[in-house]
Write a protein that binds this ligand. Structure first.
Ligand code: C2O
Ligand code: CU
Ligand code: CU
Length: 479
């Protein structure tokens, strides 16, 4: 980082911020850093919102969650009511805590005036429980995802997946976290007290109009580039703060933006450790100074808090979250050296190779020159067979690639295994595809055969997905 940027990033963490009221200096700096200066930023004294853990009811041994999807008003700026969509609240939704092996029913009620769907991104579930484009929930209707949790501890999320409307509905506020726990994760000596030292962090950017209303109106160019804006939100608050005690702090970071790629780091320049990828722990904590997350990707990271820190985006040199050191000692002061042992797939076992080219067709975003058609199955994948999926981004623009139902391993980037990043050596469901790059991933579709109902794969830049950069596959029996 350039020295100038370093100063800019660290210079405005006010020491006097803790305890006493906001200094004028702080406000001035805030305004300088934000383009949305028509309004007073509520964030000047906004603590980080922590989505509540949703209480389930237990009915016949089944853990049932109920979530209402609704129109709402949310306060992003002082004295301004911004129209939003929310789930059990005014913006985003509560966190669902699921344990491996238990049976859950997640019931969504659609109280919007338009249809939606609700997809469990990262969840390994039968196709009819996936909440993809086919499980439409009409206004005033309910839909349930009912399944037995059948995957490792991980940080996943839920969000709409309606054909052509995903981007707008997510942008209006529909998304929430899913935390999967298992025996291994419970027994690790890592921060795991929700809301105290184990914190969900949903990163987004948002465009507001001059009335402080959410402005989602991409033109053709913005669909190509992805819809990006310069106001950054964490859990729905603009540059909020979080008080943490001395010790390790675990952040479950989700890039919940439509199109922006974040490169997170801490200022004053502080190393941190990544402990998990999208769908699993890394085998050992990985020391990093920055980490790139494209839309839909998650990473669990831990940082040692022994002074005030700012979580920032290095691509823009903008602040995301202030972490203010509180008096007192935290709960976890050391980290394990070994987190897990991953059962890896073997390349030698691969039965076949498939290729997915992120390209365009008749001016629309496509995969293998085909625009998404929900009545077309593009690929039939035999269950329980290892395959190599090659993803090719021949374009000059950023894409990524997400596969439902499965947790894959990245084995090659740009023609070599050596280019696989240490930060992607756990199981993943979404892979960043920089301009003019290729990658190979090992996939195995396990457990759930359904010759009729498809899952989706797509670019998770939501404007691209909605424009047609998506395809469908079924998992078929291999006999
Ligand atoms: Cu995060 Cu197909 O979705
Ligand atoms: Cu998904
Ligand atoms: Cu894309």
């Amino acid at each position: 980082m350039k020295r100038r940027d370093f100063l800019k990033l660290t210079g405005f963490v006010p020491i006097s911020f803790m305890g006493c009221g906001m200094g004028d200096e702080f406000s001035a700096d805030k305004n300088r850093l934000n383009k949305t200066d028509n309004f007073n930023l509520k964030s000047q004294n906004t603590p980080l919102p922590i989505p509540k853990l949703l209480d389930p009811t237990i009915i016949n041994g089944i853990k049932k969650f109920h979530l209402n999807i609704q129109e709402a008003h949310h306060t992003f700026f002082e004295n301004i009511n911004t129209k939003t969509y929310g789930i059990e609240g005014t913006y985003l939704g509560p966190t669902l805590l699921l344990r491996r092996g238990e049976t859950v029913e997640i019931e969504y009620k659609n109280s919007l005036r338009e249809a939606t769907t609700m997809h469990g991104h990262g969840m390994h579930v039968p196709a009819i429980m996936d909440g993809g484009v086919h499980q439409v929930i009409n206004p005033n209707q309910r839909w349930s995802a009912k399944y037995t949790v059948n995957q490792q501890a991980s940080t996943c999320w839920y969000h709409p997946h309606l054909m052509g409307k995903t981007a707008e509905q997510v942008y209006m506020g529909l998304a929430g976290m899913i935390i999967v726990e298992d025996e291994e994760s419970k027994n690790l000596n890592i921060p795991q007290t929700y809301g105290v030292d184990d914190i969900p962090i949903v990163l987004q950017d948002k465009k507001f109009d001059s009335n402080g209303q959410i402005d989602y109106s991409p033109n053709r160019m913005e669909i190509r580039r992805g819809y990006k804006a310069d106001t950054f939100l964490v859990n729905g608050a603009i540059e909020p703060y979080f008080n943490a005690k001395t010790g390790w702090l675990r952040l479950r970071v989700l890039n919940g933006a439509n199109a922006r790629v974040f490169k997170i780091s801490f200022g004053p320049l502080n190393k941190f450790y990544q402990i998990a990828t999208d769908n699993s722990f890394l085998e050992q904590p990985l020391e990093l100074s920055s980490l790139v997350l494209s839309p839909g990707e998650r990473a669990e990271i831990v940082v040692y808090v022994d002074r005030d820190l700012v979580l920032q985006d290095r691509n823009t040199s903008k602040a995301l979250l202030y972490i203010l050191k509180d008096d007192g000692v935290g709960l976890v002061d050391s980290l394990p050296t070994q987190l897990t042992t991953l059962e890896r797939l073997k390349i030698e076992d691969a039965k076949r190779e498939r290729r997915f080219v992120l390209n365009m067709q008749r001016g629309r975003m496509a995969i293998n020159s085909k625009i998404m058609d929900k009545n077309r199955i593009d690929v039939r994948v035999p269950v329980n067979e290892v395959e190599v999926w090659e993803i090719i981004n021949p374009m000059h623009m950023v894409h990524n690639f997400h596969i439902h139902a499965t947790h894959f391993e990245v084995i090659e980037r740009n023609g070599s295994a050596r280019n696989v990043l240490p930060s992607e050596r756990g199981f993943k469901d979404t892979i960043y595809m920089p301009p003019r790059s290729t990658a190979k991933v090992l996939v195995k579709m396990k457990d759930y055969v359904d010759e009729v109902h498809p899952y989706m794969y797509h670019c998770h830049i939501l404007e691209h997905e909605d424009d047609g950069m998506m395809g469908q596959f079924t998992v078929v029996s291999n006999s």
